[in-house]
Design a protein around this ligand. Sequence first.
Ligand code: SF4
Length: 412
Amino acid sequence: MLLTDDGEIIDDRFTRVADESPIPDDAPILVSATRFLERASDLTHRHAPVGVIWPNDKNVSELVPFIGKIALVALIFPNFRDGRAYSQARQLRERHGYRGELRATGDVLRDQFLFMLRAGFDSFEPRKEHEAAEFTRTISRYSVYYQPTGDGRIPALQLRVAHKRPAHGEECDVGVDASPANLARLNQVLDDATPTQIIANAIQTIPNGRLAVVSSFGIESAALLKLVADLDRSLPIIFLDTGWLFGETLAYRDELVGYLGLKNVRTIKPSAASVATTDPDYSLWARDPGACCHLRKVVPLAETLTPFAAWITGRKRYQGAERASLPIVEADGPRLKFNPFARVSPKDIAAIFRSARLPRHPLSWFGFTSVGCVPCTSQVREGEAIRAGRWRGTDRTECGIHVRSLSPTTGT
Ligand code: SF4
């Protein structure tokens, strides 16, 4: 029995093979460090995945020559006082770029589950089966973290600054573009198309260099970026750094750029002069979130999109609110806006993550289902809508980049 990082209990697909036992040809196996190191070149060229049980007194740098070929590293916690496996996990993840499964074995306690997740583990062998459900409940008890770790979470002190004022109740800008005849035709043509076909259609029909993707590098963004990367890794991808983003999001952007081989990610920011004039103490989000989104999101994106004829978004109908009736193609002033995921389900997104083994946004482990700026994002409770944590306690559901046509002069 194994526990995954999202709380699922699954069967272990790896078979533990003792040092003296024969190695099966075609099953995923888990072997001792001794056996692995003796036969590493054979084992890493089998047709089935290989994992290694790594003692906590052995330097993980010995695994570096094989790092891309090891499907699983099982690290050992001999007792709860011995934390050397935490250091090994972080070294593997952060120093050696290990992307396979990291498993915690031995004295795996639920009280340490959260820190294990933060250190980079993604599967666990709880001591007792009936304790497994308690592990995930443990995580939901924490919303603030005091110690900084390699996962880049913002520690409590910084969060306190961000949350010191209550959220403002102002409505966001709302508007719906009228659909011209060519949009009706495009939506009809693409009605049965898959997300990949819709993206391919945009790439083929929009003049070269005039199509962009806009991505928040949020919880589900990797799915769209994966499909885009499969078609054209050089497509411009615009990422809006408002100055208020979580450190985890910035780190995740860098991770996905490397993982997917994206070649043209453009990070844009609000003008420093405008921020200094309009929001010198970074309190605008609390006084006037509409103005804050306008300053930090709408205007810089409108300016950046000026030379583009069309852009691609990752919005879905299942995100609800204004997105529930999202068309596949819509107008954004003179530009086209493609929404290849308009019709997909959460299961479709999960399937893309699974099949491509996409890295997950670090905050997805902690109850965040949609992530934006620090002061305007909170965790979501069971049964809440996917974007319920955005601008919680206000009527605000969108930042403004999608509710009106963007224009470089007004930003709306
Ligand atoms: S989401 Fe919040 S912090 Fe970010 S730009 Fe909008 S109001 Fe400002």
